[in-house]
Design a protein around this ligand. Structure first.
Ligand SMILES: Nc1nc2c(ncn2[C@@H]2O[C@H](COP(=O)(O)OP(=O)(O)O)[C@@H](O)[C@H]2O)c(=O)[nH]1
Ligand SMILES: [Mg+2]
Length: 283
């Protein structure tokens, strides 16, 4: 998978890095980034329709200094195609100038979409290509022969995205990535992740879970209380915690709990990202 990404990177002038706007730091992989820092990179904060609108704006402000271009995006709805293509042309100009300086002819700029699993790479490609070409889905991607798609007279897009393996540096980012399905279902325990999510939501959006699951304010936020409130029962009338865990994860993922950002924009985090990026660029 990594070798494939490396091979694809060699072919392109501009990289679109897709991250999940609900988890902009954990879905961005700074260590892999150094491989394409010498290529202009457009950072797409995707799934902004599911994320906290206030946080979307803050993240755009906070991250714009650490990338060549940045856009808030909702690939399912599309609508920003023209804007995106213009940005690509602008970023590609750097590569074209380099070619001309070497005495080479101009050609359409070549673009690759990269990102961690499930951030919406295939959906982004579809939104740009404007015709359904790439298979999308909840599970890991489908391998096909590499192919260029002309999306503008000056722009060609590789129709197969580059997959960045999720980085499970800490338990926390592993759990956060599981919440947005960037790590596969086999890799985690549903009840543990759902409980982690409930606590995380309570800390960042106090009260929203109590409200959604119709729990009185005194009721502890737990899978058991949710199973009880929803009347999820197993044989023997025991509360079904697994079903409650699945409901919590699916409610969050489908946006039924509201527009939520799991990692809030905060200057310290952004500063450390910038430092990492600088160290990489200097290597
Ligand atoms: N709500 C919402 N869902 C999205 C968006 N982009 C992708 N998705 C959904 O996220 C899931 C993963 O998308 P996919 O393109 O297969 O991700 P990939 O693994 O990175 O290629 C699919 O269920 C998509 O419908 C978006 O902007 N908004
Ligand atoms: Mg895909």
């Amino acid at each position: 998978m990594e070798r494939k990404l490396g091979e694809s990177l060699k072919l392109v002038d501009v990289v679109i890095e897709v991250v999940d706007a609900r988890l902009p730091i954990s879905t961005l992989n700074p260590r892999l980034r150094k491989r394409y820092t010498h290529r202009p990179t457009l950072l797409l904060l995707n799934k902004t329709d599911l994320a906290d609108p206030e946080q979307n704006k803050r993240w755009r402000e906070c991250l714009k200094g650490s990338t060549d271009g940045i856009m808030l995006y909702e690939s399912l709805r599309g609508g920003k195609r023209k804007n995106l293509i213009n940005t690509l042309i602008h970023l590609g100009e750097i590569a074209m100038k380099k070619r001309e300086a070497k005495g080479l002819k101009r050609r359409p700029i070549r673009v690759l979409v990269v990102g961690m699993p499930n951030v919406g790479k295939s959906t982004v490609i579809n939104s740009i290509v404007a015709r359904k070409k790439t298979k999308t889905g909840h599970k890991a991607g489908v391998t096909r022969a590499t192919q260029w798609v002309r999306i503008h007279e000056q722009v060609e897009l590789l129709d197969t995205p580059g997959v960045i393996p999720p980085s499970l540096d800490s338990e926390e980012s592993g759990a956060l990535l599981a919440c947005v399905s960037s790590v596969g279902e086999a890799a985690y325990d549903e009840e543990e992740v759902a409980l982690f999510l409930l606590n995380h939501l309570e800390a960042n959006y106090p009260g929203i879970c109590h409200q959604h699951y119709q729990l009185s304010p005194e009721t502890p936020l737990a899978l058991l209380s949710i199973a009880e409130s929803r009347n999820y029962k197993m044989a023997g009338n025991e509360c079904d915690k697994t079903r409650a865990a699945r409901a919590v994860l699916s409610d969050f993922r489908q946006g039924r709990l509201g527009r939520i950002t799991l990692e809030h924009a905060n200057e310290n985090k952004v500063e450390s990202e910038r430092e990492k990026k600088n160290t990489e660029t200097n290597q």
